[in-house]
Design a binder for this molecule. Sequence first.
Ligand code: CAA
Length: 416
Amino acid sequence: MRRTFILGGAITPFIGKRHPDFVWEKHPDFGKRENPTLEDTITSAVLGALEATSCPADLVEKAWIGNFVGELFCGQGHLGAAVVGAHEGLRYKPVMRVEAACASGGLAVASAHESIQAGTDIALAVGAEVQTTASARTGGDYLARASHYRRQRAIDDFTFPALFARRVKALREKGLLTDEDLGRVSVKAYANANRNPLAHMRAVKMDLETAGSVNPKNAAFLSNAELQPYMKMSDCSQVSDGGAAALIVSEAGLRKLGRSPSDAIEITSLALCTGDLYRDGDPTRLETSATATARAYAAAGLKPADIDVAEVHDCFTVTELLMMEAAGFCDVGQSAAMVREGRTSLTGDKPINTGGGLVGFGHPVGASGVKQVLEIWRQMKGHCGDYQLAKRPSVGLTVNMGGDDKTVVAATFRNL
Ligand code: CAA
């Protein structure tokens, strides 16, 4: 195996409704200025990553871009060419778009990683999505393409919130979860996001009184009567616009850029697992995620107790709890207790989603997997400002999930 490093990169601000800079009908700038387009977002992420890593564009050998449904939200496909359009020096480089729903960004990282194994020295992994061009309800239909659309679309206008409400219902029926447990995950996500200038929810406060129940400030918004009680606004990841780009290099790549391993973190393992689109497993478990994480641990010779910081896919609050169990941070049924004890907060022994996760930082779906690995880099190198952990993490984990536990990219990292 060739050693593979992340030398840093850039995350654009994740914005959408309720973000102070995002223009929507309730914003004073409504009608006066426009939000960044998908093209702007890709350009910002690519140029930001080249600048942050002091990498001349012409030294990038290959690039990937993760994007889920640019055609539906923005009427734009063929995004490899949009990456090239960001900088003259990228002209005629091989750039490919990859797609696995919300794991599209993870797939871009996995592709860059594989390419380093195959001999590339400097690769760029980009992720981007702009989703605020449509209402949340129309966006629910677009995002439903990540499910088995023919079979699952009709469950609710908001297909994905409903699919995860089904998991909440199953856990509630087993007595493994309360609304307050989910509320605590949300309160932690928003509290972390409030410390993160890049986060979609950086200016929105969330308390347990609001997040811990259905109430006038926290609607149960599904129409499906059976599932409605099991999904609240505060449980959901955000409909965000944003991008991220990470420079992924070999040892020779580090040398070409005049950088040392101590500027980077190492990807110590990466596992990509794909489940069956047509069949769903136990709703109280994330089986594909557990398999991917176990493979990533085995390949790196790690165990769950070794992980100092983790970014796990929290498309809904229940997903973060199930991810903690899939990653082996606790026994099945024990994740809610871990959150209640504060163990996953910034001051806990197992900090999770320190910048706010998908619920607080936001979830521009194609960008999230790239953002996760950059968040580990930022924590390890001390770039997290107000949400920097007191002790620099040595070992990290990311788990990025597409669909309802269908495509999962799990990776482990070591600080150098
Ligand atoms: N009472 C009852 N219902 C209410 C309500 C209230 N007080 N307030 C709002 N609603 C209902 C309304 O029906 C409203 O829809 P309409 O306006 O069309 O009638 C609906 O809730 C949405 O309300 P808003 O548009 O005001 O809400 P919003 O824009 O703030 O969106 C959200 C909130 C619906 C929760 C939205 O943030 C959302 O959809 N989040 C989830 C995004 C998502 O699913 N992402 C993908 C995750 S899955 C994954 O990661 C894997 C993968 O591969 C896809």
